[in-house]
Design a protein around this ligand. Structure first.
Ligand SMILES: C[S@@+](CC[C@H](N)C(=O)[O-])C[C@H]1O[C@@H](n2cnc3c(N)ncnc32)[C@H](O)[C@@H]1O
Length: 329
């Protein structure tokens, strides 16, 4: 379960406390339906102070959880990677710099580029409460994504939940621009068919540009997911506190954030042999895994007689790497 760092949680609660709950709930309803619509934005979606606070209240915990899950996996696949600098493009209120600082304490300089001044103002206030110096001292730049400007030059470049807001015709140029100087590039989208399509296109483009895939893909061949019928996505569970629950008129005290992603790097990673694409089915004495591997999509049944592999399979989750040799069925 990806829990917001306490310094972020308390700063966020203080910000949300500035608005009546009914105003926040109205904004949440409006924003949820706009984001479900999933079409490129012709004007900034976050347009008022209360919208921005509502976004931070109901979406930031979820995007934080997704980014954190992705970066934690990237850290496993690239154990020697210790980024010092990060640029988060379309950073909103800064979820990705908080997540990165938690995964990589090596970070010293974090920069957020964002078009909406109110998101920058709120993100900066939240960051001011951070215990760690990368977030507390973060730079916030107001700006539009501009592929004619110098490319983001940082050890880690992140673009989380932004590609879908860009016009389709611009996406390939933006991906090329983002990848030009990044040590590691992380792209995250909602775990929907449309989000996956944008990610798989970027993935193929990044391979063509000569970058190495770090995660989730275990190979650089064609993605074996049948396009139009299925989509590669993962899930991060996060707690909902009281206000978060009330903003979403929800009863459960957790939610599952679905996301698609790709991480690519200039240096070769320790790529996983396989990636678990569904919740493993765990029964007495056996675990069934749906895997993406170099050979394509496979179902692997791991039973007690596989010993160590079986014990490992009992502990794995959807989205994990499946490191061992797939046991013969
Ligand atoms: C759905 S929010 C995601 C925010 C943040 N990255 C996160 O994961 O929580 C999309 C953000 O991208 C920003 N954005 C969209 N298009 C942009 C552009 N052309 N230039 C700069 N920022 C942009 C929006 O203003 C918004 O803050």
């Amino acid at each position: 379960m990806a829990v917001l760092p306490p310094d972020l949680r308390s700063a966020l609660d203080a910000e949300l406390g500035k608005y009546p709950q009914t105003r926040l709930t109205q904004s949440v309803e409006r924003l949820s339906s706009r984001y479900r619509d999933n079409s490129p934005a012709t004007a900034p979606i976050l347009s008022s102070e209360v919208d921005i606070a509502a976004y931070a209240g109901y979406r930031m915990p979820a995007t934080y959880a997704a980014v954190h899950a992705v970066l934690a996996e990237a850290a496993l696949r690239a154990p020697g990677f210790a980024p010092r600098t990060q640029i988060d493009v379309g950073g909103g209120t800064g979820a990705a710099i908080w997540a990165a600082a938690d995964v990589w304490p090596s970070l010293e300089e974090s920069t957020v580029v964002e078009q909406v001044p109110g998101a920058i103002a709120l993100g900066r206030r939240l960051a001011g409460n951070a215990g760690g110096k990368a977030v507390r001292g973060s730079n916030w730049q107001r700006g539009l994504i501009d592929t004619a400007a110098p490319a983001p030059d940082a050890d880690l470049v992140t673009l989380s939940y932004v590609l879908g807001e860009l016009p389709e015709a611009r996406r390939a140029d933006v991906v090329r621009w983002l990848s030009a100087k990044a040590g590691m590039l992380v792209l995250i989208e909602p775990g929907t068919p449309g989000g996956y399509e944008r990610i798989v296109e970027a993935r193929d483009q990044l391979v063509g540009l000569g970058l190495s895939l770090v995660a989730p893909c275990p190979h650089e061949g064609d993605c074996p997911i049948p396009r139009g019928k299925d989509w590669c996505h993962f899930s991060a569970r996060l707690p909902r506190n009281g206000l978060h629950r009330r903003l979403k008129s929800a009863t459960l005290d957790f939610e599952d954030e679905k996301f698609s992603y790709v991480v690519a790097s200039r240096t070769a990673p320790e790529r996983a042999a396989g990636r678990i694409l569904r919740h493993p089915v765990k029964r007495k004495g056996m675990v069934s895994l749906t895997l993406c591997a170099e050979s394509g999509l496979t179902e692997s049944i791991v039973t007690k007689r596989h010993g160590t592999a079986y014990r490992a399979a009992r502990d794995v989750e959807w989205g994990d790497a499946w490191p061992g040799q797939s046991p013969r069925i």
